[in-house]
Design a protein around this ligand. Structure first.
Ligand code: FE2
Length: 235
């Protein structure tokens, strides 16, 4: 498998490139509009065919690269959760959906809570968790129909039931960490690990007192249109 973890410094977002070596079929998870040229160049240099543009959720902190990448890779299909409120996507994903890149299989796990339309993607012994599970943290739950109670269930009943050695690749990291494992997060995640109860978790999430993401008013409407800025009506 070809695998790249790429980074957008402005939003601290990770974009992942996955590809099947034999067939050359590729997917990007959580592309960022400003990095579309970078991603396109890598795909072309490696001789890959972009088959899927997968989103873990409708982001509030950056605009997706989907529309921009589709101008160069017309065959690529965009994927957003059916609960994400973005009917512009080519495929509205449900829990258990499977996508194929040659012999590589990508499985959708519904992991709502950070937003109601959050999904994770499992590929072999890796899981791409978006903002449901971060390294020693998790996404906030105070907008976009977020729910701490739902996020607790998604992480403890779904992600934490994957094998301990599963590699966790999150949607963001703000201090330079790149990956973790399910076993590590079960033990060391300060919000969800070490057997924290749902009540303890909800209490932590209710008291974060975070400022709104700088780009939320711009990013959410744009992402609900799959990053097609010409379709976003001026506020
Ligand atoms: Fe997010």
């Amino acid at each position: 498998m070809i695998f790249r973890q790429m980074f957008d410094a402005e939003s601290s977002t990770y974009t992942y490139l996955l590809a099947d070596e034999k067939s050359g079929e590729a997917a990007l998870i959580d592309s960022v509009q400003e990095q579309a040229e970078r991603d396109a160049k890598v795909l072309k240099e490696l001789g890959l065919t972009l088959k899927y543009l997968l989103e873990t959720h409708v982001h509030a902190d950056h605009i997706t690269g989907v529309t921009r990448l589709k101008t160069q890779f017309a065959e690529a299909k965009s994927v957003v959760s059916a609960q994400g409120g973005a009917p512009c996507a080519d495929h509205l994903a449900q829990d258990g959906d499977l996508f194929q890149l040659g012999e590589l299989e990508i499985r959708v796990l519904a992991t709502p809570g950070h937003t109601n339309g959050c999904i994770s993607y499992q590929v072999g012994d890796r899981v791409f968790t978006g903002d449901a599970l971060l390294i020693r943290g998790c996404g906030r739950t105070d907008f976009q129909e977020g729910s701490a109670s739902q996020l607790y269930d998604s992480v403890t009943q779904k992600l934490f039931t994957l094998p301990d050695q599963t590699q966790v690749y999150p949607g963001h990291n703000y201090i330079g960490l790149t990956s973790s494992t399910i076993g590590e997060e079960k033990q060391h995640n300060p919000r969800l690990g070490g057997g924290k109860s749902k009540a303890e978790f909800v209490d932590i999430m209710d008291n974060l007192k975070l400022a709104q993401p700088a780009k939320i008013m711009e990013a959410v409407p744009a992402n609900l249109k799959c990053g097609n800025l010409s379709e976003v009506s001026p506020a």
